[in-house]
Design a protein around this ligand. Structure first.
Ligand code: AMP
Ligand code: MG
Length: 334
């Protein structure tokens, strides 16, 4: 099979939506990362997603909807707190876990009695979902264990020959996956840090939110698997006063032992590393988040064998950056 990248003109969006209606699988853009979608009510199409990605079948998918009507098509109960969060954060980078409708196929939710639902804000994605006219379940459109794709080219590199179409919406604005909040129980629980901060959610809920497993290690099903890993080894520094000195020390030791390391740093820290190889990640932590997965892929392409990533403060988008770096480093913190 040849894989083609289609630009986001209307006829291409319609072509991709028709492919979904016919039981096919298509990669599409969102503001978080690219998704690999299928009709959530077609079990054969859903199973094809798992096959294409090499994804373990006990790792549930998020259902992407165009409107509130779509949420009600897959969720049995939408409690008042969910209504409030939907009005505040949808469309946006928030996935709500709700009690699932019985007729939603079990392969979507890996047998759980809950479903993760999200309404993306990316305009190309919204047009695509409207044209599909069915809820579209999707994981990230990468090969399992690789960094998530934040542009069409990343999807192409991972899935060439396995899917017919990649709908191109440019670079993802957020670049990290959605925040997952479980509102199916008596009190809300944060399962994964992501594009919407814990602080913003707590403000909207007017209460504290329990963070399951600590702010950096989320405990959703599926999170036990290896994630976000380039070929290079990732080492990740805690965020503290002596961070850049520590990174310099590890960098120089690696070079002496014949390794080729590269540092991921905020623009405002770049000078501290002198002539050492580095990727400047941007002027703020939103920019760091946006370029994180692309930088992990770039390190492989540029022939580096070790990535030394700067830590970031844990508030705002920082919690999501830390979570992804802990995962991609396998917990190797320097
Ligand atoms: P991905 O799109 O690749 O980031 O994967 C989706 C993530 O959402 C998985 O890691 C799941 O653990 C999580 N998820 C999806 N549905 C549920 C659910 N019903 N309950 C808890 N977590 C979920
Ligand atoms: Mg993923």
């Amino acid at each position: 099979m040849r894989t083609v990248i289609l630009d986001s003109k209307e006829e291409n969006i319609v072509r991709c939506a028709e492919h979904i209606a016919n039981g096919g699988v298509v990669a599409f853009p969102t503001e978080t990362v690219y998704g690999l979608g299928a009709d959530a009510f077609n079990p054969d199409a859903v199973r094809e997603i798992f096959r294409v990605k090499g994804r373990p079948s006990d790792n549930p998918l998020i259902v992407h909807v165009h409107s509130v009507r779509g949420v009600r098509e897959v969720a049995e109960i939408v409690p008042p707190l969910a209504e409030k969060l939907m009005s505040e954060f949808m469309p946006g980078a928030l996935t709500l876990v709700l009690k699932k409708k019985k007729d939603l196929p079990d392969c979507v939710t890996a047998g759980l009695n809950t479903v993760g639902v999200r309404m993306p804000s990316n305009p190309v994605c919204r047009e695509f979902l409207r044209a599909c006219n069915v809820p579209v379940c999707a994981p990230s459109a990468n090969t399992s264990t690789k960094p998530s794709p934040t542009c069409a080219r990343h999807v192409y590199d991972d899935l060439y020959g396995k899917i017919p179409f990649i709908l191109d919406g440019g670079e993802c604005e957020i670049g990290l996956e959605s925040t997952i909040l479980d509102v199916s129980g008596a009190s809300p629980r944060l399962l994964r840090a992501g594009g919407i901060s814990l602080q913003a959610l707590e403000k909207a809920c007017g209460r504290n939110i329990e963070v399951v497993g600590g702010s950096t290690v989320a405990l959703c099903p599926g999170m036990k698997y290896k994630h976000y890993s380039p070929k290079a080894e990732v080492l990740f520094s805690a965020y503290y006063g002596g961070m850049s000195e520590r990174i310099d020390e590890v960098y120089d030791t690696l070079v002496l032992s014949g390794k080729r390391p590269v540092i991921l740093c905020a623009d405002f820290n770049a000078k501290k590393y002198g002539e050492r190889k580095k990727y400047e990640m941007g002027a703020d932590y939103e920019a760091y988040a946006r370029s994180l997965f692309a930088s992990l892929r770039r390190a492989d392409a540029d022939g580096y064998d070790t990535v030394l990533a700067e830590g970031v403060p844990s508030d705002g988008i920082g919690a999501a950056i830390i979570n992804r770096l802990v995962k991609s480093s396998g917990g190797k913190i320097i």
